[in-house]
Ligand binder design. Sequence first.
Ligand code: F6P
Length: 319
Amino acid sequence: MKRIGVLTGGGDAAGMNPALRAVVRTAWRHKAEVIGIRRGWLGLAEGTYETMTAGSVSGILGQGGTILRTFRYPEFATDEGTAPVAKTIKELKLDGMVVIGGDGSFRGATKLTKEFGLPVVGVPATIDNDIPGTDISIGFDTALNIAIEAVDKVRDTATSHGRIFVIEVMGREYGLLAAQTAIATGAEEVLLPEIPFDMNDLARRIKDGYARGKQHAIIVVAEGAGKASYITFELQERLQRGVRMVVLGHVQRGGAPSGYDRILASRLGHHATELLFEGKHGIMVGLVANKLTTSSLEKKGKVSPKSVLRDAKLMEYLV
Ligand code: F6P
């Protein structure tokens, strides 16, 4: 393998930079040329890329975001979007590619392999941690710690005023980020897409909590379970008192990667590149039971709700 490509795709996640660093430095050990594609699949369509050396990734280990930048590029699924990508791939004469991203990026990667015969290895990076084939994806730990810090701060003011707060956490259709934020912050309630909830029951439990002497109520809501604005309005109606709302949003995607994410990203980026040089492809690397593993890139399917249900059960005992 003489020349490999690397890109970061989908929503950025803290840890993409250390993963990229590991890919570039590992490929350099194999004396291969590395082409960094800018802005994900869009960079392949527009032909924007750069040659990367071991020095191009100096000092990025602790940087948030992705120096290669990223882009949501759903056009890649269409014929019009694919044609310019094919042109760049031909031009670049790549022998393989490492794709760092989430499930959308892996659908693109599968397309690259199927339509252009390009060997691809995927590295899971998304704050949602919703990719089957790994216990944890790059960026989840950092986002969780950001959410915890934010909820801890909100709790201080909630207690001072005796207030109710609804705090919306990202995670798309998967509730793990919200469930673990709730456990780690001692929230009174968590609303998850995996578990139906009743607004009247929720209002009753909050009322009961105050009656038992609670000084505040923190309700963590996963974005996939409902909008914080809706939950806030419905609670105000039922409780006939003010309810405050915080949407954490993209704050969770930024900032320096945690120590855990730096190490996870370095391990996964290195492993993916080694496998590509061993001639393995059509796979995603992952960490399962603390061991480096691989799974098929193509047959990803939907993530199991098992971990979320486990954490929701734990919450029942802790409130
Ligand atoms: O997939 C990561 C994620 O941050 C989700 O949690 C969220 O729903 C989505 O991306 C937001 O996407 P965008 O950055 O395109 O608004």
